[in-house]
Design a protein. Structure first.
Length: 117
């Protein structure tokens, strides 16, 4: 099983920025597409951003397009999410995973992002 560990969340004011990190342990993920997901209180988990194995293709949910940037460093088995111009509706627990999520990965605990107005 691959263990995924998210970090970098926190409390930020509207318009602020955060950079999330995702570390993978147990297997190299350099051959797999990966994504960020988020879950707001009382809502289901939703897709945020995707990056292909080489990092030269990305896709974003409409709600974050132009504000968030996904990237990865395959030499470190890491993935990142740069979040700018944060809004209160971005408040959620953020998770990373391979995309599509697979049975051989474990969802991590996520990292809480709270945007205050």
């Amino acid at each position: 099983q691959v263990q995924l560990v998210e970090s970098g969340g926190g409390l930020v004011q509207v318009g602020g920025s955060l950079r999330l990190s995702c570390a993978a342990f147990g297997r190299t993920l350099s051959n797999f597409g990966m994504a960020w997901f988020r879950q707001a209180p009382g809502k289901g988990r939703e897709f945020v951003a995707h990056i292909n194995w080489s990092g030269d293709y990305t896709a974003y949910a409409d709600s974050v397009k132009g504000r968030f940037t996904i990237s990865r460093d395959n030499t470190k088995n890491m993935m990142y999410l740069q979040m700018n111009s944060l809004k209160p509706e971005d408040t959620a627990v953020y998770y990373c995973n391979v995309n599509p999520p697979s049975s051989w990965t474990n969802w991590g605990q996520g990292t809480q992002v709270t945007v205050s107005s």
